[in-house]
Design a protein. Structure first.
Length: 134
């Protein structure tokens, strides 16, 4: 049976075209290093470091689901594969606390060391954000 075509306004890009456009702009996931090798390496890292280091620093035991690059790699393979700069964290720490810290770092308002989610700045940031959300 033929599937009905999804309606979209004339001239509007399809989902596929939108995705291609986004990939052109930022490089697709594989181009950024998120390939099969990364998939295996992140699982190994999570097995060795299974808890969120940010939550752990606050005395909370939370399984890590994300392997974060402490130093934003911006596609640089040397930074990307520097496993000494990987940290296990929960999605909340990655999506909230780390984004805020990286914004500070981009404005040179904190140091690379502060980007570790168990740094004093990260702990203070996380505690402030938990209060805001509560
Ligand atoms: Zn966490």
């Amino acid at each position: 049976m033929k599937r009905a075509k999804q309606f979209r306004p004339a001239g509007a890009p399809s989902r596929k075209e939108q995705k291609q456009e986004a990939d052109r702009w930022r490089g697709n996931a594989a181009d950024r290093g998120y390939n099969h090798r990364w998939g295996k390496a992140r699982l190994t890292h999570l097995a060795r470091s299974p808890l969120c280091i940010g939550c752990d620093a606050e005395g909370l035991t939370v399984p890590a689901t994300v392997v974060d690059h402490v130093d934003p790699h911006h596609g640089d393979p040397d930074k990307f594969w520097d496993t000494s700069m990987w940290q296990s964290c929960c999605k909340w720490h990655h999506d909230s606390v780390k984004q805020r810290l990286e914004a500070l770092y981009a404005r040179r308002q904190c140091t690379l060391t502060d980007l570790w989610l168990n740094s004093p700045l990260a702990i203070a940031t996380a505690q402030g954000m938990r209060c805001d959300e509560a």
